[in-house]
Design a protein around this ligand. Structure first.
Ligand SMILES: *[C@@H]1O[C@H](CO)[C@@H](O)[C@H](O)[C@H]1NC(C)=O
Ligand SMILES: *[C@@H]1O[C@H](CO)[C@@H](O)[C@H](O)[C@H]1NC(C)=O
Ligand SMILES: *[C@@H]1O[C@H](CO)[C@@H](O)[C@H](O)[C@H]1NC(C)=O
Ligand SMILES: *[C@@H]1O[C@H](CO)[C@@H](O)[C@H](O)[C@H]1NC(C)=O
Ligand SMILES: *[C@@H]1O[C@H](CO)[C@@H](O)[C@H](O)[C@H]1NC(C)=O
Ligand SMILES: *[C@@H]1O[C@H](CO)[C@@H](O)[C@H](O)[C@H]1NC(C)=O
Ligand SMILES: *[C@@H]1O[C@H](CO)[C@@H](O)[C@H](O)[C@H]1NC(C)=O
Ligand SMILES: *[C@@H]1O[C@H](CO)[C@@H](O)[C@H](O)[C@H]1NC(C)=O
Ligand SMILES: *[C@@H]1O[C@H](CO)[C@@H](O)[C@H](O)[C@H]1NC(C)=O
Ligand SMILES: *[C@@H]1O[C@H](CO)[C@@H](O)[C@H](O)[C@H]1NC(C)=O
Length: 799
């Protein structure tokens, strides 16, 4: 026998390496002899993901999870024993014949969690953590996968993970939120594909829809516009055949960490890890805008969030509000119905295009025929009297395929640039002057049948009534010591604010509305129910209300640190707010307003944004107070203008102060003034500077800006700051106070400008460069006033 030298070296190497290879298996693999104990960690081969025991909150709750190995803040992407934590450090994850993969605590007899597969010879299996974050259970010889964690996602979607339905096994690929930030137990929100009709992504809470993507239209979902910033980053794939319906998003560069996560409040966020900034950056979130919320405007309506001056809900062509009073109150619940007394069957009807929308819910009462052209689709729909609308099923190449609806049209919304055209069936009159469709006259016979309409209910009332408490007047009088003067915190135009202590010790702020607010009790309750739904960390939370006898009272959370004006306009306290903190406050306020304008279920225009209406919590985070209150007090208002101008001098946009026109852009104006006040530490009203005796603050900033000296106005009590950041903020402030509402950015644009470094447009001249008189006719003194004596003025009538 003779060895070649090469073979000899190989054998030598094996011997040399043997000791370590016996006790050290690859880090990414779990074998029957080597289970994972609490404290051990599996790491995927390229060190992208890790698996081990962790505690999200309570250290006595130990879960097995997978996280990004390289991301410093532990970001959990999968949890095995979600609902059954190990209650001490005795946990073990192992391979077992009975269960496949199992987790045990001290009790060896019954596992806390199991993958539920049976292995006849468990010694022939290993489990491996792959670089995709997928934990797979493999048969050793043939590498057959008998179980993988991607089939049982938690709250996170990773690159190349499927959402959808395995038609062969009936397994649903869907993610479920955690119970709370520190409990990975199965929560109430889900995100996955609803296979019915033309399949769509659905975000649901307790089974009720919160958001949907619209149907797949060839290269994307109808209602999920591609962000230009992420084009090319991901490959999207959608499969719908007899084996499965699935959707996945594959990141083109697998060195980039991305994830989609569903939180317990029902918001799905797609994020990407940014190495430079060392944090997760949000790419997109759903629902993102007011109109994204499922079915807000009710059946047969369309939601257009870019409708600045009007209510976002409109009826589809040929339809009218079911309950005009609801419509007036901005509650879309009732939606729209076919105009009374018209026929849309063999009566000269036709179609009207509704441009660039997320098409209606396609889960029920729809038909799909991929072999029809758009023209053929139209004829098909016209001939069938039950057909209410049609569009192309695949938008690529100018559109082909046919999607028809045969019932109510639910949850349509407008996108200004992307979106599909929807063709809605209307009666001959609504078709109006449009070119009449010849086909409608030749159709005289033919079978017609009606399908039961099953559009689903638009609005879940239980969601509105939760959380809000109705207090008895007696409780409130006791809490506030009979509205005693010692408990009084301040006074505004609409009533007085008191501090109160409930019998359980909880501190509250009580706003007792003046008896002259002139609003009916029913309307008041209505508004309260709506406002109670507003929840955002930059808004003061309303806890409840009390309507008894003549009293109308609002109850808020109590914030001990008072309002922003008591800080920024106070020589001693202003120093507590350094530049970082001020920027955070500006950003927080911007996000709070954005929520009011676009993200909540309602569109709310605050109308009285000012420093004294921004409260600070214990960590000096801003919380906007008095949101939406202005609306309660205006009996005769419309979204576009009002007879009663409420607001505060110095913060009111010109179109609002002079013409009573208010819109989201008048809030943007007030925000701009507020931003400049935060930066300068000076009040807009009553501002005086020797060089510019006739200018207010905004005017002075503008003059300096034109001369390239804007940074000179910066609050001198701040020492450390970046000039470029301050100047950028001033520029954003100036953009917000531009004279013409159309020039001003929306709050979403403002938030985005604050959040990145992209180039900004040049501001045009702001409004109100000159000093204005206070109601008494005297220029107000700029000294020492804060929320308590800062009177909200009400300019009434007679404009
Ligand atoms: C852990 O749970 C077991 C039962 O599952 C229980 O008997 C034991 O007392 C618990 N231990 C602790 C420390 O809570
Ligand atoms: C295994 O089966 C149990 C009982 O049916 C179930 O609660 C559990 O969710 C299953 N585990 C997995 C990973 O599917
Ligand atoms: C398991 O592996 C052993 C050898 O390692 C083999 O003899 C046996 O047939 C395998 N069992 C199965 C069920 O594949
Ligand atoms: C994405 O799609 C393109 C075109 O189909 C293909 O060339 C590329 O390999 C895909 N990338 C990934 C990561 O799948
Ligand atoms: C992938 O991303 C990494 C990290 O951002 C980057 O260094 C690399 O150049 C990218 N590769 C390609 C092909 O874009
Ligand atoms: C689609 O339309 C074509 C042409 O009208 C028809 O022959 C076919 O049966 C339709 N397919 C389905 C699935 O309805
Ligand atoms: C509260 O004030 C009202 C009227 O001022 C008075 O009638 C009532 O007795 C007072 N109640 C308490 C508990 O002081
Ligand atoms: C905020 O209020 C709390 C409670 O009254 C107090 O302890 C804290 O010092 C205050 N913070 C500032 C910055 O005033
Ligand atoms: C700014 O103030 C906050 C607290 O208000 C503090 O945490 C932070 O360290 C300060 N930053 C600088 C740069 O001084
Ligand atoms: C400024 O704040 C200090 C400390 O809270 C307070 O004592 C003082 O009265 C305030 N000054 C004015 C003018 O409000």
């Amino acid at each position: 026998m003779s060895f070649s030298s090469e073979a000899f070296i190989q054998i030598l190497l094996i011997f040399l390496l043997l000791p370590s290879s016996i006790c050290q298996l690859p880090l990414d693999t779990l074998t029957p002899n080597q289970p994972i104990r609490d404290g051990d960690v599996l790491v995927s081969s390229r060190k992208l993901f890790a698996l081990g025991f962790f505690s999200p909150g309570n250290p006595q709750h130990r879960h097995v999870g997978v996280w990004f190995y390289k991301v410093p803040e532990k970001t959990i992407v999968w949890v095995a024993n979600r609902n059954h934590p190990v209650n001490d450090s005795s946990g073990v994850l192992s391979i077992s014949g009975d269960g496949g993969l199992v987790i045990h605590g001290k009790d060896q007899s019954t596992p806390l969690w199991s993958a539920n597969v049976t292995l006849s010879s468990p010694n022939n299996f290993t489990a491996k953590l792959r670089d995709t974050g997928n934990l797979v259970l493999l048969e050793n010889g043939n590498q057959r996968v008998v179980w993988d964690s991607f089939d049982y996602p938690s709250d996170t979607v990773l690159s190349s993970m499927k959402l959808g339905l395995d038609r062969r096994s009936g397994l649903e690929w869907l993610i479920t939120s955690w119970k709370s930030k520190d409990d990975p137990g199965t929560g109430s929100c889900t995100y996955g594909i609803d296979p019915r009709g033309s399949p769509q992504l659905f975000l649901k809470k307790e089974g009720g829809p919160l958001w949907r993507s619209g149907p797949w239209i060839g290269d994307r979902w109808s209602g999920e516009p591609q962000l230009s910033s992420t084009v090319g980053l991901f490959n999207l794939s959608f499969v719908n055949n007899e084996d499965e319906i699935s959707y996945k998003r594959v990141v083109a560069n697998d060195s980039l960490f991305t994830r989609g996560v569903l939180d317990e409040s029902g918001i799905y966020q797609r994020l990407m890890w940014n190495d430079k900034e060392n944090k997760w950056i949000e790419l997109v979130s759903d629902p993102n805008e007011w109109c994204d919320n499922y079915g807000l405007c009710g059946p047969n309506s369309n939601c257009d969030p870019y409708n600045d001056y009007k209510f976002a809900c409109t009826c589809q062509p040929g339809f009218e509000p079911k309950s005009p009073s609801d419509w007036y109150l901005r509650i879309g619940v009732g939606g729209c119905i076919r105009k009374a007394g018209v026929s849309v069957c063999r009566n000269g009807e036709g179609f009207v295009p509704v441009n660039r929308v997320k098409v209606p819910d396609s889960s029920t009462a729809v038909r799909v025929n991929m072999s029809l052209s758009l023209e053929a689709c139209k004829l098909e729909c016209l001939m069938d009297c039950s057909c209410t609308a049609y569009t192309s099923a695949d938008e690529r190449g100018g559109g082909n395929g046919c999607l028809t609806w045969h019932g109510d049209l639910m949850d349509t919304r407008t996108y200004p640039k992307v979106g599909q055209d929807l063709y809605v069936r209307v009666d001959a009159t609504s078709l109006g002057n449009r070119r009449r469709n010849k086909c409608s006259f030749i159709l005289t016979a033919g079978s017609t049948y009606f399908e039961e309409s099953s559009g689903g209910t638009a609005f879940d009332d239980s969601r509105i009534n939760s959380e809000l408490a109705f207090f008895h007047l007696k409780t409130i009088t006791t809490a506030t010591n009979n509205f005693s003067i010692e408990n009084k915190l301040g006074e505004g135009g609409f009533g007085s604010v008191y501090k109160g202590i409930l019998h359980n010790g909880k501190e509250i702020a009580v706003k007792r509305l003046s008896k002259f607010s002139g609003q009916g009790v029913e309307e008041f309750k209505n508004e309260i129910l709506l406002i109670a739904k507003l929840q955002h960390r930059n808004l003061v939370r309303i806890l409840g209300c009390c309507v008894e006898d003549e009293e109308k009272i609002l109850i808020y959370e109590y914030l001990p640190n008072k309002s922003l004006d008591s800080f920024i306009f106070n020589e001693t306290k202003r120093a507590l707010l350094n530049w970082t903190k001020r920027f955070e406050i500006i950003f927080g306020i911007a996000r709070g307003i954005l929520y009011l304008h676009e993200d909540s279920r309602l569109r709310i225009i605050h109308r009285d944004l000012k420093a004294s209406n921004v409260l600070l919590d214990n960590s000096l985070n801003p919380k906007i107070a008095d949101f939406g209150m202005a609306r309660i007090f205006s009996g005769e208002q419309s979204e576009a203008n009002t007879n009663r101008v409420v607001g505060t001098y110095g913060y009111m946009s010109p179109e609002y102060a002079m013409e009573g026109l208010f819109s989201i852009k008048s809030d943007v104006y007030s925000f701009g003034v507020l931003l400049l006040e935060i930066i300068t530490g000076k009040k807009n009203v009553g501002y005086y500077h020797e060089e510019y005796p006739n200018s207010n603050l905004v005017g002075h900033v503008w003059d300096l800006w034109k001369e390239g000296r804007a940074v000179e106005i910066f609050d001198s009590s701040i020492e450390e700051y970046l000039v470029s950041e301050v100047v950028r903020c001033i520029q954003i402030g100036l953009l917000c106070v531009q004279e013409y509402a159309t020039d001003r950015p929306t709050m979403s644009a403002v938030v985005s400008m604050l959040g990145n470094d992209a180039a900004l447009p040049s501001p045009r001249r702001p409004a109100f460069l000159l000093k204005r008189m206070t109601p008494s006719g005297e220029p107000s003194s700029g000294e020492g006033a804060n929320s308590v004596n800062d009177v909200t003025c009400t300019i009434v009538e007679g404009r």
